[in-house]
Ligand binder design. Structure first.
Ligand code: 5AD
Ligand code: SF4
Length: 466
């Protein structure tokens, strides 16, 4: 595949940034971004915020104060889509009261032409639409929306380019997302992602390492590598393997924790497992979506592994990295799923005892093979299976958490509790959330916490001296 690698500085985007800046000169303009979906989208929104900041906008905490509202959308499941329709619709009145307000919708939903047409028809007050490959089009589109009133500006599909050096406004100073690859080639039969995010394309390892070193220089302690299937990093362009990338990142001074998501079990190689075991900075939480425990359903899903393959892999990982916390994604109610298929998922659950899981009812996505399968599972059946699985997961998580009580763990202090300014939340190296008493000066630091109790699946602890 021919990837076009573009440097932000030479891309011409800066010209539009300057034009919008001049238009806004002398006035404080405010933006409000609403992000739906996965960490990729959260990170994309950090880039969009970076562009807006350069154009002279500052962020604000509620829509009523904003001059520019941006929805960064997700289309993986129907309920995320319905929320976008509901929330955009609710802006009609605000736009009438504040005609200078500009509204934009971007992200995965906007990669589907039928959805774009429906948005334009239902919400004629939307000013800007662009797809998930086109963040850098925002300055040009915003300039045109501000100067050519009354038409919806659109940009779609620059699928095979990777832009380096784009502005960014990161949400945290001590924990950062780094995209290592875009897109997905797997075409799991339920999933819309390969259609909206395009084919796999990796960033150059040199660019990733430079970004990580810069972050370390700015005091960042934790990086999380992002991609739909990070295990196949580099295969599209002859780069080093993902395992080797982890080893090189592990050598960077200042970076103390390295996470990554998401991994496909079929690509979770021995080389990767050894790298996780060897690299002490690599997170002891591994997210390894299994999706189903039934071989028949896994085949229909096009996952390319079996129940036993997964068990074997989970055992291998637990043996090589004994303190690992395995987490997963599960879909219940995939077309044709019987009670027997579901019980195989329950069985797999009982065999692996996941530390945590994201559990979903199958959502029909137009354009994917599973959407056309005749035997769709009724909504009530999906709901019933989902609640049974959630119950099982809650029990597994409790059992998993009990082992932490009485021990001391390094915890990265992340935020102050909403309930009390003296209560801090942080995460252990295996991704467990812990609450403990301390003042806010610990935020961004790794501190030692002794776990003392477990309440409603939240771990509580006390700060101890190093
Ligand atoms: N319905 C329900 N869940 C889905 N996922 C992806 N597509 C669908 C769908 N059509 C889930 C998978 C994936 C996670 C990000 O979202 O479990 O791992
Ligand atoms: Fe979707 Fe499968 Fe790709 Fe994950 S690996 S993004 S579930 S197609």
């Amino acid at each position: 595949m021919n990837i076009r690698r573009v440097d932000f500085a030479g891309s011409g985007v800066s010209d539009y940034i300057e034009k919008v800046r001049l238009l806004n000169a002398g006035e404080t303009k405010r933006y409000y971004i609403i992000t739906y979906g996965c960490q990729m989208n959260v990170h994309d929104s950090e880039h969009l915020a970076g562009l807006l900041l350069q154009m002279g906008y500052i962020s604000c905490d509620n829509k009523e104060d904003a001059d520019f509202i941006l929805f960064n959308t997700c289309c993986v499941r129907e309920n995320a889509e319905l929320r976008v329709y509901g929330n955009v619709g609710a802006l009609r009145e605000l736009k009438e009261r504040h005609p200078g307000l500009k509204i934009a919708i971007c992200g995965c939903m906007m990669q589907q032409q039928a959805v774009v047409e429906s948005i334009k028809k239902r919400f004629e007050f939307v000013d800007i639409i662009f797809g998930s490959h086109n963040a850098q089009a925002l300055p040009g589109l915003l300039y045109r929306a501000l100067t050519e009133n009354g038409r919806c500006m659109e940009a779609h599909d620059d699928e095979y380019s990777i832009m380096e050096g784009a502005p960014i406004k990161r949400d945290s100073s001590f924990s950062a997302w780094i995209t290592v690859m875009y897109g997905c080639n797997n075409f799991c039969s339920y999933c819309i992602v390969p259609y909206v995010r395009g084919r796999e394309r990796s960033r150059r390892s040199a660019d990733i390492l430079t970004e990580a070193k810069q972050l370390a220089g700015q005091g960042c302690k934790e990086i999380t590598l992002l991609g739909q299937n990070v295990n196949s990093y580099g295969k599209d362009c002859g780069e080093i393997s993902f395992a080797e990338l982890l080893r090189r990142l592990n050598d960077i001074d200042g970076i103390e924790r390295i996470g990554f998501m998401t991994s496909h079990p079929k690509d979770c190689s021995d080389e990767l497992i050894s790298a996780i075991a060897d690299c002490k900075k690599v997170s002891r939480q591994l997210h390894l979506p299994v999706q189903s425990g039934s071989d028949r359903i896994l085949k229909l899903m096009n996952r390319r592994y079996t129940h036993d393959d997964y068990l074997h892999l989970a055992d291998k990982i637990k043996t090589a990295v004994p303190d690992i916390a395995l987490s997963t994604d599960i879909i219940v109610g995939f077309p044709t799923e019987t009670e027997e298929d579901f019980m195989q998922t329950v069985q797999l659950y009982n065999q692996v005892r996941f530390a945590s899981a994201f559990m979903f009812a199958y959502s029909r996505r137009a354009g994917t093979p599973a959407a056309d399968m005749k035997e769709q599972v009724p909504q009530e059946v999906k709901k019933d299976r989902l609640s049974r699985l959630i119950e099982l997961q809650t029990r597994c998580t409790t059992e998993f958490h009990k082992r932490y009580i009485g021990n001391v763990y390094p915890v990265l202090a992340e935020s102050v509790s909403k309930r009390s300014s003296r209560v801090i939340s942080g995460r252990t190296h295996c991704g467990r959330m812990v609450s403990f008493e301390a003042d806010s000066s610990v935020i961004g630091k790794i501190v030692n916490v002794k776990i003392t109790q477990l309440k409603a699946n939240t771990l509580y602890g006390v700060l101890v001296q190093p």
